[in-house]
Design a protein around this ligand. Structure first.
Ligand code: HEM
Length: 143
């Protein structure tokens, strides 16, 4: 579980992310593909506005980080898409690194805010990894 302070800090960044979320995610993909070029091919069929989709997901997450039920359907959709494109657990630290670096560069936040986002990212990553594990197992048993 996330600590109440972490939840509160992440929630407080929602308005700033609404303003600059797309800038953050555009930068995130640049960092991701330059530091981890092996992730590029996962996105070969991704829509051009993928950065907007991710920005919206991050904004939704920041506003609902204390109400994950509200995100339930969104989490299912993401996990399904990730399994279709063969996203694996080892990719999560790469995206996490790129996202945190992009947040640092674009929003120039206090250390405390950055730390809270790191925790919140890892929390969501663990939920997605678990969900995706179940979906990969289902695929194995039906094939
Ligand atoms: C907490 C972390 C993550 C969040 C919040 C997230 C969010 C999303 C969202 C909202 C979508 C769009 C789903 C849809 O089309 O309806 C998506 C798709 C996708 N994500 Fe993630 N994602 C995360 C982690 C990752 C990781 C670690 C990778 C691997 C590098 C990844 C690769 C992809 C790919 C390849 C797609 C599909 C693009 C396409 O072809 O349409 N994501 N993700």
């Amino acid at each position: 579980m996330l600590k109440p302070e972490t939840i509160q800090i992440v929630k407080s960044t929602a308005p700033l992310l609404r303003e600059k979320g797309e800038e953050v995610t555009t930068r995130m993909y640049e960092i991701l593909f330059s530091r981890y070029p092996e992730t590029k091919e996962l996105f070969k069929n991704a829509p051009k506005e993928q950065y907007k989709i991710l920005a919206n997901a991050i904004i939704a997450y920041s506003s609902n980080v204390d109400n994950l039920e509200a995100l339930g359907k969104a989490i299912d959709t993401m996990a399904k898409k990730h399994v279709e494109t063969n996203v694996q657990p080892e990719h999560y630290p790469m995206v996490g690194d790129a996202l945190i670096t992009a947040i640092k560069e674009v929003l120039n936040p206090d250390e405390e805010v950055l730390k809270a986002w790191e925790e919140a990212y890892n929390f969501l990553a663990d939920i997605l990894i678990e969900e995706e594990k179940k979906l990969y197992q289902q695929l194995e048993t039906t094939q």
